[in-house]
Unconditional design. Structure first.
Length: 220
């Protein structure tokens, strides 16, 4: 099964054998994932593209997973965080959950149980997206920009949602046509016209990648 393009799991764990086991299990079940062995590399990756789910060890060679957890939870991205730790006492679990962890798994753990917990995280998902003053609520299908509600049609809403979910990725016009309109081929001006309409409404988060498509980038 091919890895999902929309959702991704990051693993912060210095034990490479654990990373390989978890990666293999997730990828075999269609879940994209990346492993990082240091806090420095992990945080650099998060800055580039935030994951949907983070699996965090506590004791790391260059830091503490609880500090990473605090950093992730203080950011703009709502990342579902699961602690993976050899510190498995009730007090350790309570400490992690009180620090903001969404789940806590003690080592050694079963990979199928971990897979189930990751799938729970994906099912819970987010009904809202918040990117630098641009707020999209999937439940009510409303979008506001700096507090002002935008009047979007269904395709504009779906296009914006898809681009926000894939922030920082170059999305070809063909990929957008397939994902939003269901076309395998067609008039790519459809995409350009909808992007132009969103920009006219003030949603100037789209970077044009000439000859290819667009990239959604959050304003600083």
């Amino acid at each position: 099964m091919a890895p999902s393009l929309e959702k991704i799991v990051y693993i912060l764990e210095d034990d490479k054998s654990i990373c390989e086991l978890v990666e293999t299990t997730l990828q075999m079940n269609g879940i994209a994932c990346r492993s990082y062995y240091t806090v420095k590399d992990f945080m650099a990756a998060v800055k580039d593209r935030a994951p949907d789910v983070a699996l965090l060890d506590v004791m790391l060679p260059d830091g503490n997973g609880l500090d990473v957890l605090a950093s992730l939870k203080s950011g703009k991205n709502e990342i579902y965080c699961i602690m993976l730790s050899a510190l498995g006492s009730e007090l350790d679990k309570v400490k992690g959950l009180n620090a903001g962890a969404d789940d806590y798994v003690s080592k050694p753990f079963g990979v199928l149980e971990l897979l189930a917990r990751v799938n729970v995280a994906f099912r819970r998902g987010r009904s809202d997206l918040n990117r630098g003053g641009l707020y999209l609520d999937e439940t009510s299908m409303t979008v506001t920009l700096n507090g002002k509600k935008l009047d979007l049609n269904n395709k504009e809403f779906q296009l914006l949602k898809y681009c926000m979910e894939n922030e920082g990725k170059v999305l070809t016009r063909e990929k957008l046509l397939i994902s939003i309109w269901g076309y395998e081929s067609g008039e790519t001006r459809t995409v350009d016209n909808h992007i132009a309409r969103l920009r006219k409404l003030g949603v100037d988060y789209f970077e044009t990648v000439f000859g290819v498509g667009y990239k959604f980038v959050t304003k600083k």
